[in-house]
Design a protein around this ligand. Structure first.
Ligand code: DQA
Length: 146
């Protein structure tokens, strides 16, 4: 794939998980919408979800071997905890956009810090599932990925 979309822990439960924060759209709905937008632009996109930190790290390592040009990542709770996942993204040096469904800054203080934001091209939060599509539009336009 040219673009990799990564979803961290518990995002497989989207649709039923705390809908007041995360909405009613499922992860499959999100992945389908992203796949359709990518396809219309002729860009190969793959989505990956894991509840395991190591699996996410290994997927990032593989992305470098595959020549992935850009990553859209919602690290979910690892946003606030994972130096290891941050280091993986720094190691492969693949540009990425950080996405959160909820506005993390309007929530508990422990969600206000991200280990990813200073390395990201940009951060989208609080726009629900649309945030992923906006991130993809940005990457398709700005990185001129083919
Ligand atoms: C989240 C926000 C995180 O704080 C939380 O742990 C998540 C989802 C979001 O998309 O709003 O699991 O990344």
């Amino acid at each position: 794939p040219r673009i990799l979309v990564m979803h961290g822990p518990n995002l497989n439960l989207l649709g039923t998980r705390e809908p007041e924060h995360y909405g009613r759209v499922t992860l499959s709905d999100i992945n389908l919408a992203l796949a359709q937008l990518a396809e219309s632009a002729g860009v190969e996109l793959e989505a990956f979800q894991s509840n395991h930190e190591g699996a996410l790290i290994e997927r990032i390592h593989a992305a470098r071997e595959q020549g992935v040009r850009a990553i859209i990542i919602n690290p979910a709770a690892y946003t606030h905890t994972s130096v290891a996942l941050r280091d993986a993204l720094a190691a492969v040096a693949i540009p990425f956009v950080e996405v959160h469904l909820s506005n993390v800054h309007a929530r508990e203080p422990f969600r206000h810090h991200s280990y990813f934001s200073d390395l990201a091209i940009g951060v989208i939060c609080g726009l629900g599932h649309q945030g992923y599509l906006l991130a993809l539009e940005y990457l398709l336009n700005k990185l001129n990925i083919e």
